[in-house]
Design a protein around this ligand. Structure first.
Ligand SMILES: Cc1cc2nc3c(=O)[nH]c(=O)nc-3n(C[C@H](O)[C@H](O)[C@H](O)COP(=O)(O)OP(=O)(O)OC[C@H]3O[C@@H](n4cnc5c(N)ncnc54)[C@H](O)[C@@H]3O)c2cc1C
Length: 350
């Protein structure tokens, strides 16, 4: 996968278009804009591109993508990433766009929760059903520790070096991070409700080898309380299956209880919403704010269908309108990729 990764923290990125959401529709928007020489940055709260296809049903077959009688969710994402690679979009993953405002010069400024700022001429909201947000475990007072010693994602492995790490969960994220953090952690405990894991069998096998080698602890039960001060956890109280309460040293806690979809910060950006969806003009897919477009599951209009192929169509029309804002002087001539040598050069096929 030929990706250009954006920096994870700090700094300002200047580009033509920022696409909020790297789901299938956000990815294809890069292609349609790229054909018109428009440069894009993609931002997604997930740590990988693909939105619902990659996060919710990577292995399920999709049967209604034109030209593919059958393709899995992840298979489609992989093809889209390959298809847009010639346009070298920058991927800024694992971060949520929190703020969007217009600058005095007419450009837009976006800020992410990882401290990155973007300046651009056009914003394309491809935020799907909203942002995937981690499910919070039912532990009293856990909010007091969030962001300091309780984390729902690993941004930097170094932040876990020499800590007593407690990972809670039995899926792929819990097992992957158990394997990846074990070499840097002072101690690592994996806690799950029962001795059955939903994660990839190979990860489960490697985890069990580490347990047998005495390199990590495997415990069964649920966190009932966290102990600590000023946001810094020191111990987790675990209620074990037999009802006994046991304290585990834990200076970093990583609960992986899955993700829910919430509209998130999009609601605060001053764009007219219709029952948590963004109304658009179907000739251009522009929102109530000039220069801000919305494509894919996040938008609404008469006859809207939440289908990937509809999002692809929306991306094509959006690009034809957005290019006039990015490059008002540019004369846009409609061309086919089959017959235009200039488009083929951009795609790197000739
Ligand atoms: C189980 C299942 C099966 C499906 N099967 C089919 C099918 O067979 N055919 C079909 O056409 N469709 C199917 N769909 C629907 C299809 O997946 C959606 O229509 C499609 O994913 C919409 O793409 P999108 O890019 O608009 O949004 P999404 O895929 O939802 O991606 C949006 C992305 O935006 C990100 N995001 C949101 N807010 C922010 C923010 N503030 N900052 C940063 N990132 C943000 C999210 O993290 C997410 O990754 C199915 C859906 C499900 C759940």
């Amino acid at each position: 996968m030929d990706q250009i990764l954006g920096s994870a923290a700090g700094g300002t990125v200047e580009t033509d278009v920022v696409i909020v959401g790297a789901g299938p529709v956000g990815l294809f928007a890069v292609f349609e804009l790229g054909l018109l020489d428009v440069k894009c940055a993609l931002i997604d709260i997930l740590d990988k591109p693909g939105g619902q296809c990659a996060e919710l049903y990577p292995e399920k077959p999709i049967y209604d993508i034109p030209g593919y009688p059958i393709i899995t969710g992840q298979g489609l994402v992989d093809k889209l990433v390959e298809q847009i690679a010639p346009f070298k979009p920058t991927y800024h993953l694992g971060q949520m766009v929190e703020a969007l405002a217009r600058e005095p010069d007419g450009r837009f400024r976006l800020a992410t929760d990882a401290g990155l700022t973007f300046l651009c001429k056009v914003v394309v909201i491809a935020a799907g059903g909203g942002s995937f947000q981690p499910k919070r475990p039912p532990v009293p007072g856990i909010e007091d520790y969030e962001g300091k010693s309780v984390h729902y994602a690993v941004r930097r492995i170094e932040d876990f070096r020499d800590h007593d790490v407690l990972i809670v969960g039995g899926g792929d994220s819990a097992l992957d991070w158990t394997l990846n953090l074990q070499p840097v952690a002072r101690s690592l405990t994996l806690l799950h409700r029962r001795d059955e894991f939903r994660a990839a069998p190979d990860s489960v096998r490697k985890m069990r080898e580490l347990v047998e080698a005495g390199k990590i602890r495997l415990a069964f039960g649920q966190v009932s309380a966290l102990k600590g001060e000023s946001g810094e956890v020191t111990h987790a109280v675990v209620k074990e299956k037999d009802g006994a309460s046991v304290e585990h040293p834990a200076t970093r806690v990583l609960p992986f209880f899955g993700l829910t979809m919430k509209l998130g910060p999009v609601a605060n950006w001053g764009i007219n919403l219709d029952e948590n969806l963004i109304g658009v003009d179907t000739a251009t897919f522009q929102t109530s704010e000039p220069g801000i477009f919305a494509v894919g599951d996040i938008n609404t209009y008469p006859g809207k269908l939440k289908l990937i192929l509809c999002g692809f169509h929306e991306a094509a029309l959006m690009a034809q309108a957005a290019v006039h804002i990015v490059a008002p002087e540019k004369k846009v001539v409609f061309q086919y990729t089959t017959s235009s040598s200039s488009l083929q050069k951009k795609l790197g096929v000739i």
